[in-house]
Design a binder for this molecule. Sequence first.
Ligand SMILES: *[C@@H]1O[C@H](CO)[C@@H](O)[C@H](O)[C@H]1NC(C)=O
Ligand SMILES: *[C@@H]1O[C@H](CO)[C@@H](O)[C@H](O)[C@H]1NC(C)=O
Ligand SMILES: *[C@@H]1O[C@H](CO)[C@@H](O)[C@H](O)[C@H]1NC(C)=O
Ligand SMILES: *[C@@H]1O[C@H](CO)[C@@H](O)[C@H](O)[C@H]1NC(C)=O
Ligand SMILES: [Zn+2]
Length: 608
Amino acid sequence: MLRTIFGALLCTALTVSQGKADINLATMHSIRSNLDRRVSPCSNFWAFACGNWSSNYVDNFQLAEQRYANAMIAVLTSNRLRDAPRLFKQLQDYFTACVGHPEEQMQLPPELLSGEAFEWTRATARLRKYGLNGVFFDEMADVAYNDSLSYVVQLKMPVADNNHSPMRPETRLLERDLRILREKYGNEEPMLQLWMLSKLNKEIPQIEWEVYFQELLEREPGQLLVQISDVEYFRKLGELLRQSSNTAVESYLSERLAQFVKEAKPDSTLQSCIHHMSAVLPLGMNYIYDRYVYRTRSEDMRQLQQLFDSLRGTFAKYLEHNRLELSHEQLSYLHAKLAGMQLKLGNLPNLTSADYGFYNDHYASANFSAGSFAQSFWQALRLRTRLQHLPLGQPGATLQLKYYYVNDDLVRARNAPYFEHERNTLTVPLVFMQWPFYDHRQHPIFRHSLMGFILGHELSHAFEQEGILFDAAGNEALLGVRIRQKAKFQAALNCAQHSPTASLKERLADFNGLQLAYDTFFGLAHDSQRFEYRPYDFEQEFLAPQIFHLNFAQFFCGRLPTAINHDMDDVRVNEAELNLHQFSIDFSCTRHQFDSIGCEMWRAATHE
Ligand SMILES: *[C@@H]1O[C@H](CO)[C@@H](O)[C@H](O)[C@H]1NC(C)=O
Ligand SMILES: *[C@@H]1O[C@H](CO)[C@@H](O)[C@H](O)[C@H]1NC(C)=O
Ligand SMILES: *[C@@H]1O[C@H](CO)[C@@H](O)[C@H](O)[C@H]1NC(C)=O
Ligand SMILES: *[C@@H]1O[C@H](CO)[C@@H](O)[C@H](O)[C@H]1NC(C)=O
Ligand SMILES: [Zn+2]
């Protein structure tokens, strides 16, 4: 559901003291010390921009997370009276349990150990209550594809869990059979069905749905609305599990549970407990950070909103050019989507600061214990699933925008901005709002080349081949399909695949995001061939466009870990610059060294 920019490692040295140091000089100093001047910017820009990171290496995400954690530790260990005292006490208890019991065995909740005869649907539902999802299928309380304000149960085929290696012969066999099913019935864009539970029972009688939902929701499921894809997979899954021995299925589930606990459980350092809590108790943790730590919200938000609005303004100009030769109706669809897009700073409900009662009562049903981490851990996961499913039981099951925040099945908190198609909303996590990612005192060129690129990347996700299907209100719409079918849209997709990519939509978001940020800062009509950009007073060597490219690229410096769902960072930087026609002009590259590919999807191509 979420599109996130990535979680890779970065470079850039130097910590700017929050005091008087000139932040622009400091940023330039850091940029310069990461360069490897033996490499030509025209032959491998990433290697030029990041080549010397190793002597100065700092992982910026780690740095930002550390600062976030230290600030939260200070708040959670102080005894000052806080508003929302119950919430505060619960988080304190959880934190105490987490850091205080490093050797504690992660005993299972009594409910999971009941001695009754094993039955796979009930067992799967019970584990789902405690956070284990995606073993045989994925289950989520989410919104309908054609009505982004209506809650439904979503059922899907799971993705493979590559971290799980079955240990017993019978679990290995089951794992193999499940993989065969996934490969046989998997579909890149599966058909979605919206069925009442009664219809689901009829269509897929191989699975005891009533038992599953009764156990999961702890009530009569009644008139549940279910959105399901991969129907044939579910039928065959039901058959497979019926034929398998209970021992095999039970062993398989317990191996997956052990794997889940291993991944979700923090080590008991103060910092990893904070990160763990940010993932499993996001509402409380974000509230506390926002209320007691974060000091520059209003200035940051003013700047971010301005940046976001100017990016949208540039994109609106791309649309006016109508490169894809869209109809009036199709263009209106895109303009409405752009105009309706929201920016959120922090994953919090849209409430006023006086509204702490909502926060205070939020975790009321959880029984955390300062004396037992295992108990608190299972309580937190049980609570999360309960909160996710709560709206399904409300009349109409309608999403309340005012109270909405992201509370999904993560075990690691998001630290980079993300876009939600169903909400048409871009969220910037508060942990990201720190130097070197962001500082409101920085010169606009730094903010535009880093945050501008990132917001531009996320905004562009709304217009790639998957995002385009969602309209301004977050509903999948036929108009989006029609736009995607346009020959020029398809040609831009092909163009972007001139070299292999791990994710086409991420590449499109990079291409358009960098182009958008660049055009927004320098103006659409700029002509870097004729216009000599003056140096700034804090920088005598590099010209403005060069600083722009360097600061963008250095967001991606690092050790090149294998990226998941994204290309490697060097490929991302070099490909995005290769697409940007102005790059070769800004660094005076010859055609021979650097031949821009120009895969614009929305913007008028430079050569047109
Ligand atoms: C790399 O950084 C170090 C320390 O900042 C500096 O002394 C050195 O000259 C740099 N090397 C290159 C190739 O730029
Ligand atoms: C969504 O689609 C279902 C059929 O798949 C239909 O019954 C329902 O009315 C649609 N809802 C809206 C809001 O269009
Ligand atoms: C928050 O609520 C206000 C009105 O109470 C509304 O104007 C604003 O658009 C909402 N913001 C978001 C991000 O939903
Ligand atoms: C909460 O946990 C404590 C400690 O384990 C236990 O004594 C108490 O009965 C629990 N309360 C509820 C309401 O579950
Ligand atoms: Zn992305």
